[in-house]
Each structure stands twice: as C-alpha cells, then as structure tokens.
Ligand binder design. Structure first.
Ligand SMILES: C[S@@+](CC[C@H](N)C(=O)[O-])C[C@H]1O[C@@H](n2cnc3c(N)ncnc32)[C@H](O)[C@@H]1O
Length: 180
C-alpha cells in the first residue's frame, strides 16, 4: 500500500503538496506518528502538524538548533525563532526534542512511526545513524539524496542492509523515499 502511495506522490511537482498527499493517504489509515530530524525554519514541520491534527497523531521533532551545529551556513544559522513562529500554534501536537540526533540512541518512547523525515546532520555516518534510529517507520523520507554524496552513500548502505525499497523522485536535488 505504502509503495503505491509513494509512486503516486512522486508525480506531484511541488514537495509540500507531495508530503501533504502522502500524509493524507498514510495517516488516515494507520495508527503511528510522524518524526522529523532536522527541522530548520519549520516549513515542513507545519505541513506535518496540519496533517497530524487532522488525523489525531503527533509530530516529534529532533533538532539541537543553533546550540548544536556550529558549521551551519550564516544564512541558515539561527532558525529556532522562525521554527517557533511556524509551529507555535500546533501546541501539544508537536513535541520538540532539542538535541542532536547523534546523541540519541533510541526513539521507542515516541511509539510507532508512519513517516520519518531525515534532514539533519549530513556528514558521513551521521545519516546512517539517523536511518538506524528511525528504522521501522513505514516510510522514511531522506532529503538531498542526489545532491550530497554523503547522504547517498549512507542511504545506499542502509538499503543494502535492510528490506527497505528505495524510490527516487524523477527530478534532481530532491528527496528519496524508503519503504517496505
Ligand atoms: C536544512 S535544515 C532542515 C530543513 C527542513 N527539514 C526543511 O525541509 O524545511 C537542517 C536542520 O538540521 C539541523 N541539524 C543539524 N545537525 C543536527 C543533528 N545532529 N541532529 C538533528 N538536527 C540537526 C539543523 O539545526 C537545521 O535546523
């Protein structure tokens, strides 16, 4: 079922509409939650929260924000204030875990995951760590697969070691989906 939803979704040009389409089709039929690693300005978090409210689910966000990432480009250095503005109105639907995902060993306490969005630290091994953390989610979406070699290498290693199937979007510089 999930694979068919992803295949349909990648025909959608706009990524925000694509995420909304996936969540509408998945969250309406299942019991699990959404988890995002690396939220930035919270643009996608807001989309996830809208759908979580609609289907009575939760969105967990793991991001240390500026306290945890010294290498962040100047233009992207202080997203926390913007993140709060984007997500404040969703109240307890969203829970922020303000930590580096690299310091987290288990996310079992957040329950079953339907959709995990991985867009945090993109150095070698860091993406693999995040993928292992969210392993079990029905859908794992990883940003920048085609743009960053580190991301591609880690995703490919994860796919080789698990039963997840890789579905690429037809356009360059887009996210990739893993489902099983
Ligand atoms: C490119 S932004 C994410 C953009 C967002 N996912 C979107 O699509 O709008 C990268 C984010 O990753 C976060 N980040 C960096 N290192 C991280 C880590 N070790 N664990 C979790 N998040 C991290 C940064 O704080 C930043 O907010």
């Amino acid at each position: 079922m999930v694979e068919k939803i992803i295949e349909e979704s990648i025909k959608i040009e706009n990524s925000s509409i694509r995420y909304a389409y996936i969540l509408d089709n998945v969250l309406s039929k299942t019991s699990g939650n959404v988890l995002e690693i690396g939220a930035g300005f919270g643009t996608n978090t807001a989309i996830f929260c809208e759908k979580a409210i609609k289907y009575n689910k939760k969105v967990y966000v793991i991001d240390p924000f500026e306290e945890g990432w010294k290498d962040m480009p100047e233009s992207y250095r202080y997203p926390y204030e913007e993140f709060v503005k984007s997500t404040d109105k969703y109240g307890s639907t969203m829970q922020l875990i303000k930590k580096s995902s690299q310091d987290i060993k288990s996310i079992k306490e957040y329950g079953k995951l339907e959709f995990a969005f991985v867009d945090g630290l993109q150095s070698v091994g860091a993406v693999l760590h995040d993928l292992k953390l969210v392993e079990g989610a029905s859908i794992i979406c990883v940003d920048d697969y085609s743009r960053r070699g580190e991301v591609k290498d880690d995703v490919d290693a994860f796919v080789r070691a698990t039963e997840y199937k890789l579905i690429e979007t037809p356009d360059e510089n887009r996210e990739v989906y893993l489902c099983k």
